[in-house]
Design a protein around this ligand. Structure first.
Ligand code: G3P
Length: 218
């Protein structure tokens, strides 16, 4: 399973990259706004900075909701860098645009996926990635991880090439469960990635090793 970071923070991207485990980045308009990035040229310049930091794919989301607008925005976004993937919402016009992008060699990430039916449609349209939102499904008292299982099973049976990019990850447990459920990629906040490091027995064990070493070397 590949690891993407779900942020527009350059500091968080750098920290994850320094760990040596970073395969890509996803962003969305809310994450850009959180970093205070606004205005078309500033947003594009920020995407360029992100693309220069990572070798892997960087999802850049369109704002338009009509076919012509989505295609026009996507064409501009892919000019920023070769590792840009156009993030398109799971709506009727979005599916039409994903088909157009696919037919024209532009890679896409279909976002706001909440059901297996939507995942099938995006795969049929030729999406490179789909982003099922695990945390937001959980928020509605349904099971986000079960959705990943279901989509992975369908894609395997049908032989779809579209990759499952588990999104809306809220904690480290979601990462482990995504890996177990057949996600190809997980996109997470830095806190959830760092949370994977934590185990009290590791801390206790290391303290004991270091104390014993100090005792016998003093
Ligand atoms: O990038 C989309 C997704 O990861 C958003 O997560 O936490 O806002 O539901 P969240």
């Amino acid at each position: 399973m590949r690891f993407f970071i779900d942020t527009a923070s350059l500091d968080h991207i750098k920290e994850a990259r320094e760990l040596g485990i970073l395969d890509g980045v996803t962003t969305n308009p809310s994450l850009m706004a959180k970093e205070g990035i606004s205005g078309d040229s500033n947003i594009k310049a920020h995407y360029k900075k992100i693309c220069d930091l990572v070798d892997g794919d960087v999802s850049a989301e369109v704002i338009s909701t009509d076919f012509e607008g989505i295609v026009a925005e996507g064409k501009e976004l892919v000019k920023i860098a070769p590792n840009i993937v156009v993030k398109v919402p799971m709506i009727k016009e979005g599916i039409r645009a994903i088909r157009w992008f696919s037919d024209n060699g532009i890679r896409t990430n279909c976002t706001l996926v909440f059901s297996a039916g939507q995942a099938i449609l995006a795969a049929k349209a030729g999406a490179t990635y789909i982003s099922p939102f695990i945390g937001r499904v959980d928020d509605t008292n349904w099971d986000g991880i079960q959705l990943i299982h279901q989509i992975a099973e369908i894609y395997a049976i049908q032989g779809y090439d579209t990759e499952i990019l588990a999104a809306s990850i809220r904690n480290s447990r979601h990462i482990v469960q995504s890996a177990q459920s057949g996600a190809d990629i997980v996109t997470c906040p830095l806190s959830a990635i760092l949370g994977l490091l934590k185990h009290p027995l590791t801390d206790i064990g290391l303290a004991k090793f270091l104390a014993d070493h100090k005792k016998s070397n003093s």
